[in-house]
Ligand binder design. Structure first.
Ligand code: ADP
Ligand code: UDP
Length: 238
């Protein structure tokens, strides 16, 4: 079995370890939960395990629908083997309904329908508050080339189509989410994670928030809500 050798990167919610295979890393999902660019941080028991199981299920589903991604297999309740990627310092966000930063930025009322879905790029830099950027910033500053930009947009919108359908079948609304991509041998793969930490999910009937907004807004039952989404999607958390 692949063993962890040393820490490569420590982020706000996960850690990445090198392994004896240079093309593979072990991603550890911690219980740390952060919001507001790392200004609010708490430990939520069991979140690492829920997110690792959740992510594995979603990545396998996306792979089966043709979205190539870095996930290989889980090796422990809160750890998975992933492909080592050269990550773009970019966050790709899609919005089906208005929530979060777009409401503040454009003065929109929460839950307004975004039709067609809105795609946005953000520059991944906590010290700058992850600012909104566009294609020109990305090419001018050499963060990715025009072909990479097209592939990231296409894969993000394809992921949205696949997951809106999946969540809808569980009476859940996929409001918005964030993806990160990276390259290996010149090919772009979906990396990082898809978990309730990086998306907004509401109950279709009651519009109850079931995602990280429960932590951001101090609504409580954060891990329980993540478990409820997983349960409704048929994800095994053990
Ligand atoms: P943060 O929010 O601080 O990025 P994370 O805890 O999510 O915190 O950190 C995970 C880090 O690992 C991020 O920098 C992410 O870009 C990076 N990453 C995700 N997937 C891969 C991968 N397959 N190969 C290399 N780095 C990755
Ligand atoms: N998001 C994320 N990481 C970030 C910024 C945003 O996972 O650093 C996710 C967030 O959970 C939401 C979507 O991307 O599902 C859109 O976030 P928004 O721009 O509204 O920012 P927020 O107000 O949530 O910080």
């Amino acid at each position: 079995m692949l063993e962890k050798i040393e820490i490569l990167k420590t982020g706000k919610a996960k850690a990445l370890y090198t392994t004896s295979d240079p093309s593979k890393l072990i991603m550890e999902y911690r219980d740390d939960t952060s919001a507001f660019d790392g200004k609010k941080i708490e430990q939520l028991a069991g979140k690492g395990t829920v997110n690792n199981r959740f992510n594995g299920h979603i990545m396998d589903h996306l792979q089966s629908k043709g979205v190539d991604n870095h996930h290989i297999e889980a090796t422990a309740p809160n750890e998975s083997i992933v492909m080592s990627l050269d990550m773009f310092p970019i966050e790709c966000v899609v919005r089906n309904f208005a929530a979060g930063s777009i409401c503040k930025r454009l003065g929109l009322e929460e839950a307004m329908v975004m039709e067609p879905p809105i795609f946005e790029f953000f520059y991944k830099d906590d010290s700058l508050g992850d600012p909104l950027i566009n294609d020109c910033h990305i090419t001018a500053f050499g963060w990715a080339n025009e072909d990479d930009i097209e592939v990231m947009k296409e894969l993000t919108l394809k992921t949205n189509d696949i997951l809106v359908t999946l969540f809808d079948s569980a009476d859940l609304i996929l409001v918005d989410f964030k993806l990160e991509f990276g390259k290996s041998d010149g090919k772009i793969y979906l990396g990082d994670e898809f978990t309730p930490d990086g998306c907004r999910v509401w109950d279709k009937e009651t519009k109850k928030k079931l995602d990280k907004d429960r932590f951001r807004l101090g609504l409580g039952d954060v891990v329980e809500s993540y478990q409820e989404i997983a349960h409704r999607l048929g994800i095994n958390l053990t």
